[in-house]
Write a protein that binds this ligand. Structure first.
Ligand SMILES: Nc1nc2c(ncn2[C@@H]2O[C@H](COP(=O)(O)OP(=O)(O)OP(=O)(O)O)[C@@H](O)[C@H]2O)c(=O)[nH]1
Length: 850
C-alpha cells in the first residue's frame, strides 16, 4: 500500500513543485468545524458539496434532499446523470473533480502529510454541465486509516457507486498499468465482484483516468490496461448465468490519461478542460452514458439512493429492477398523495363543494372534470418516468381516491336535481290539471318532460373521469313521480267519486223521504224508478269523467259499482232512518186522516160522522205505511206479502172470527223475519211491527174516544126540546092556563120577566155545563153558586136604580115603577147579550170552546 501512496506524492518527473502545492493548499484548506454539518462552504458559483454517507456508513438523507432541492434535480425527470469517482486514497480524486466539474470537494493538504481527506461519500453538482450532473467523491481505497483488513466500506461504497452512477471514474496512477502489484487491481476486482450482486446491472461507463501520464502514448498504454482489466474480469468468479458474459455487456470502458497536476498543471488543466467536454450531454445517444439502463427518475433519486445504501449495508443482494419498481411505488405514492392533498386544498374545488350543498350548480361536471384533469395531469407529469405499471396503478388509485372525495358532492347535486325535478313536476302537473287537461295526458307529459329535465341535469353533473351510475337516483325520481301521480290520481278520483256521491245523495235522500212520507202501493216502484234513473245518470257522468284517467276496465267497473252501491246505500240508509220514525209517521197519518175531512179541513164531530169507518180508514192507511216501511224493495224481484200479513194479523184480528182463528192458528207476526224478505232488506221485523201496532193503537185510542165524546156532547146540545108527547101533553093539560095568560097581559108580562130572570141565571150559572158531569155534582155546584149570583144581581140592579134617581130627581118615578124599569133594563141587557151571537150550545160547552 505504501508504494502507490508514496508515488502519488512524487511528480512524474520525480520532484515536487512547491509553488503548485501551495496553490492547491489554498484551495483545499478547510477547518474541521466547517464541515461538521456535512456541507462544505463554497466561495464560487458552484454548489456546496454534501456528505451523502459518512465514514460510519450513515446515510445523510436530509443533506441529499437539501442538495436536490437546491439544484432542482426533482424537475429533471430522466435528464440527469450521476458520476462517481473511486480510486486509491490521496490519488488526486478530489483535485480532479474540482477541476473537472468546478466542485469544491475537500483536497488533501500535502504540507500536513499524506492522509485520508475524503471520508465516506460526498455529493456535489457539476457546475455548468448540462443536463444536471451530480458527482460523488468516494472515500479512497486502501487507506491506512481503515487498515488492510477493513475492506467492507470499500466494497459497499463501490457497489453503491455502481448501482447509482451512470459513469464511474476509476482514478489510477500511470505507472500502475501493467504492474502485477498495482493498487487499482484489488479495486477493480472489488468492482467486478460487487457488480455480480446486481441482478440486472445498469450499463455503467467505467472511465479509467490515468494520472501522471508518462511519455508513453495513451495508444500504447490503453491496450495494456484493457488487457489488465480483462484479466481481472476473467479472474472474478461469476454466477452460472454470466460465466460467458463479456465485460462489455456490463461496462463501457473508456480510458483517458492526464498529466500530473503537480508537475504539469497547465497541461493537466487543458486536458481536464477537454475531458470536461465529454460530460456535456453525457446521457444523449453516443454520449459517455448514452446506453445507460434502468435510470431512476430524478425525483426518486434521493429515496432510491437511500434504499440502495440500506440494502447494501444489510449485505443483501441488490435487485435493481425490483428496486426500481419499489422506488417507483414509493415515489408514485408520494406524488399521488401530494396531488391528493393539493386537490383537497384546491380553492376552486372547495368553492364548488360548498356551493353544491346549498343547491344545484350549472356546469358542475365540466368544472369538476377540469379540476380533476389538472390534478391528474400534474401527477402524470411528475410520475411520467417511473415504472409504467406502478405509475398507472398509482394513478388509478389517486383517481379513485379523488373520485371518492368528490362523489358526495356529486350525490348531493344529484339529490338537488332530483328534488328540484320532482317539485317542478308537481307544480306543472297541478297547473296542467287546473288548466283542464285530462289527467292521464297531463301526468304522462309532465312525467316525460321532467324525467328529461333530470337527465339533462345529470348530463351536466357527470364528470368525464367517472362513469357514475345515476340510474338509482333516476329510478327513485321515477318512483317518486309515479307515487305522486298515483296519489294525485287517487285524490282526484276520490274527489270525483265524492262529487257524484254528493249529487246522488242530494238527488235521492229528499225524494226518497218524500216518497216514504206518502207511503202507498206506488211508493217502492217510484223509489226504484228514482233510484235507477239517478244511479244511471251518476254512473254515466262518472264514467265519462273517468275517461281522462286512462283506467283499465276492471278498475273503472269497480269505481262505478261502488257508486251504484253508494246510491243503494243512500236509499237504504234513508229508508232505515224513516223506518226508525215509523210510529210517529203512523200517528201523524192517523191524525191527519182522522181529524181532517176529504177537503183537508179540520173535522167537527157533529154527530153525523161515522167514527168507526173513519178510524178504520185512518188505521188502514197507517198500517199501509207500516207495511211500506217494513222492508227495502229496491230490486224488481222484491215482492212480498207483508201488507196482507200485517192486515190479516193486526186489523182483522179485531174481528171475532179472526180472534177465533188466532186461537186456532199461529200468529204470523211471531217471527223476527219475513218469509219472503232477507234479513238485510228487513227494516222492521214482524215482531217489531206487532209491537209498533200495539203502541200505535194505544196512542191513537184517546183521539178516537175524544171524538166519540165530542160527538155525543154535540148530540146532547142539539136536543134541547122536550119529546113530542111531552109537548102534546103540555098543550092539552095547560090549555086553560095558556088561555088565561093570553087574556091577562099582566100575567104575560110577569111570566116574561120571570123567563128572562131564569134565562139570565141559566147563562150566568152555566147550568148546562154543570150538569154535564152528572146530576148530583151539578146540583151541588149550582147551590154553591146560586146565592152569590142572585145577591150580585140584586145589588147591581139596586145600584143602577140609585144612580138613575140621583141623576134626575124631578123625574124620579115611584119605587114600584123604578124597580120595574131596573128589571126592564136587566132584561134588555140580557136580551142584548143573547142577541150578541152566543148560542146556547156555546155556553153549554165551554170545553169545546177551549
Ligand atoms: N502527483 C500528483 N499529485 C497530485 C495530482 N493531483 C493531486 N495531487 C496531489 O495529491 C494529493 C491528494 O490529493 P487529493 O485530491 O486530496 O486526493 P484524494 O484522492 O482526493 O485523497 P483522498 O480523498 O484522501 O482519498 C494532493 O496533495 C494533491 O496535490 C496529480 O495529478 N499528480
Amino acid at each position: 500500500m505504501w508504494g502507490p501512496l508514496l508515488k502519488s506524492l512524487i511528480s512524474p518527473g520525480g520532484s515536487a513543485d512547491h509553488s503548485e502545492l501551495t496553490i492547491t493548499m489554498d484551495v483545499t484548506f478547510f477547518d474541521d468545524s466547517v464541515i461538521s454539518n456535512g456541507i462544505l462552504p463554497t466561495n464560487s458559483e458552484e454548489c456546496c458539496s454534501t456528505q451523502l454517507i459518512d465514514g460510519d456508513g450513515t446515510f445523510n438523507a436530509t443533506g441529499i434532499d437539501r442538495l436536490i432541492k437546491e439544484v432542482k434535480l426533482g424537475e429533471c425527470g430522466l435528464s440527469y446523470a450521476i458520476v462517481s469517482i473511486m480510486g486509491p486514497q490521496s490519488s488526486g480524486k478530489s483535485t480532479l473533480l474540482n477541476n473537472l466539474f468546478a466542485t469544491n470537494f475537500r483536497e488533501m493538504d500535502a504540507f500536513r502529510g499524506r492522509s485520508q481527506t475524503t471520508k465516506g461519500i460526498w455529493l456535489a453538482k457539476c457546475a455548468g454541465i448540462e443536463p444536471c450532473t451530480l458527482v460523488m467523491d468516494l472515500e479512497g481505497t486502501d487507506g491506512r486509516e481503515r487498515g488492510e483488513d477493513d475492506t467492507a466500506f470499500e466494497k459497499q461504497s463501490a457497489l453503491f457507486a455502481l448501482a447509482v452512477s451512470d459513469i464511474v471514474l476509476i482514478n489510477m496512477w500511470c505507472h500502475d498499468i501493467g504492474r502485477e502489484q498495482a493498487a487499482n487491481k484489488p479495486l477493480l476486482k472489488t468492482v467486478f465482484q460487487v457488480m455480480m450482486r446486481l441482478f440486472s446491472p445498469r450499463k455503467t461507463t467505467l472511465m479509467f483516468v490515468i494520472r501522471d501520464k508518462t511519455r508513453t502514448p495513451l495508444e500504447n498504454l490503453e491496450p495494456v490496461l484493457r488487457e489488465d482489466i480483462q484479466k481481472i474480469w476473467d479472474s472474478v468468479p461469476k454466477p452460472e448465468a454470466h460465466k460467458e458474459t463479456p465485460l462489455s455487456e456490463f461496462f463501457n470502458v473508456e480510458v483517458v490519461a492526464l498529466s500530473s497536476y503537480e508537475e504539469k498543471e497547465e497541461q493537466f488543466k487543458e486536458q481536464v478542460a477537454s475531458l470536461r467536454q465529454r460530460f456535456f450531454h453525457s446521457i444523449a445517444p453516443g454520449g459517455l452514458a448514452g446506453d445507460r439502463r434502468g435510470v431512476v427518475p430524478a425525483s426518486g433519486f434521493s429515496f432510491s439512493a437511500q434504499q440502495i445504501w440500506k440494502v447494501i449495508k444489510e449485505n443483501k443482494d441488490l435487485d435493481l429492477p425490483a428496486h426500481k419498481v419499489m422506488v417507483a411505488t414509493v415515489r408514485c405514492e408520494e406524488i399521488a398523495n401530494e396531488k391528493y392533498a393539493d386537490f383537497s386544498g384546491n380553492e376552486e374545488w372547495s368553492q364548488l363543494e360548498e356551493a353544491v350543498q346549498s343547491g344545484p350548480i350549472s356546469g358542475f361536471g365540466k368544472k369538476l372534470s377540469s379540476i380533476l384533469d389538472t390534478c391528474l395531469s400534474e401527477y402524470d407529469a411528475e410520475a411520467t418516468y417511473f415504472d409504467e405499471g406502478v405509475r398507472t396503478g398509482k394513478r388509478n388509485q389517486l383517481e379513485e381516491k379523488l373520485l371518492q372525495l368528490v362523489q358526495p358532492a356529486f350525490q348531493a347535486l344529484l339529490g338537488h336535481i332530483r328534488s328540484g325535478s320532482l317539485d317542478k313536476f308537481k307544480e306543472a302537473l297541478d297547473k296542467a290539471l287546473n288548466g283542464g287537461e285530462a289527467f292521464s295526458v297531463a301526468a304522462c307529459n309532465c312525467s316525460e318532460s321532467f324525467m328529461a329535465l333530470f337527465d339533462e341535469g345529470c348530463a351536466d353533473a357527470v364528470i368525464t373521469q367517472a362513469n357514475w351510475d345515476t340510474s338509482k337516483v333516476r329510478d327513485k325520481l321515477k318512483r317518486d313521480i309515479e307515487a305522486h301521480i298515483a296519489s294525485v290520481r287517487a285524490a282526484k278520483l276520490a274527489e270525483l267519486t265524492a262529487l257524484y256521491e254528493a249529487k246522488l245523495k242530494e238527488a235521492l235522500s229528499g225524494p226518497v223521504e218524500a216518497l216514504l212520507d206518502g207511503a202507498n202501493s206506488e211508493t217502492w216502484p217510484a223509489i226504484r224508478k228514482l233510484f235507477r234513473h239517478e244511479t244511471e245518470s251518476a254512473v254515466s257522468g262518472l264514467s265519462s269523467a273517468l275517461s281522462g284517467f286512462d283506467m283499465d276496465e276492471q278498475s273503472k267497473g269497480k269505481l262505478l259499482s261502488s257508486l251504484e252501491a253508494y246510491a243503494r246505500g243512500v236509499v237504504e240508509a234513508k229508508t232505515k232512518e224513516e223506518a226508525g220514525r215509523v210510529l210517529i209517521r203512523m200517528k201523524d197519518r192517523f191524525t191527519t186522516l182522522f181529524s181532517h175531512d176529504s177537503d183537508s179541513m179540520p173535522r167537527v164531530w157533529t154527530g153525523k160522522e161515522d167514527i168507526r169507518a173513519i178510524t178504520k180508514t185512518a188505521r188502514s192507511s197507517s198500517l199501509k205505511l207500516l207495511s211500506v216501511m217494513a222492508a227495502i224493495r229496491l230490486d224488481d224481484g222484491d215482492a212480498d206479502n207483508i201488507e196482507n200479513t200485517l192486515s190479516l194479523a193486526l186489523v182483522d184480528s179485531t174481528n171475532v172470527a179472526a180472534k177465533d182463528r188466532s186461537i186456532t192458528t199461529a200468529d204470523p207476526l211471531a217471527s223476527s223475519t219475513w218469509h219472503e224478505v232477507s234479513s238485510s232488506k228487513t227494516l222492521i221485523t214482524p215482531v217489531q211491527c206487532k209491537s209498533l201496532w200495539r203502541q200505535f193503537r194505544a196512542e191513537t185510542e184517546y183521539s178516537v174516544s175524544q171524538a166519540i165524546s165530542a160527538q155525543e156532547a154535540n148530540k146532547r146540545n142539539n136536543n134541547w126540546l122536550p119529546p113530542p108527547w111531552a109537548i102534546v101533553a103540555l098543550i092539552v093539560l095547560g090549555f086553560n092556563e095558556f088561555m088565561t095568560l093570553l087574556r091577562n097581559p099582566l100575567y104575560l108580562g110577569v111570566i116574561f120577566v120571570g123567563f128572562l130572570l131564569v134565562k139570565a141565571l141559566w147563562v150566568q150559572l152555566d147550568v148546562a155545563g154543570e150538569f154535564r158531569n152528572g146530576v148530583l155534582p151539578g146540583l151541588i155546584s149550582l147551590s154553591s153558586k146560586l146565592v152569590p149570583t142572585i145577591m150580585n144581581m140584586i145589588k147591581r140592579l139596586a145600584d143602577e136604580g140609585a144612580n138613575a134617581a140621583a141623576n134626575d130627581p124631578h123625574r124620579n118615578p115611584p119605587l114600584a115603577s123604578k124597580n120595574f124599569t131596573n128589571e126592564g133594563n136587566a132584561s134588555s141587557e140580557m136580551s142584548s147579550s143573547a142577541s150578541s151571537g152566543l148560542t146556547e150550545s156555546d155556553y153549554s160547552s165551554p170545553s169545546k170552546q177551549d
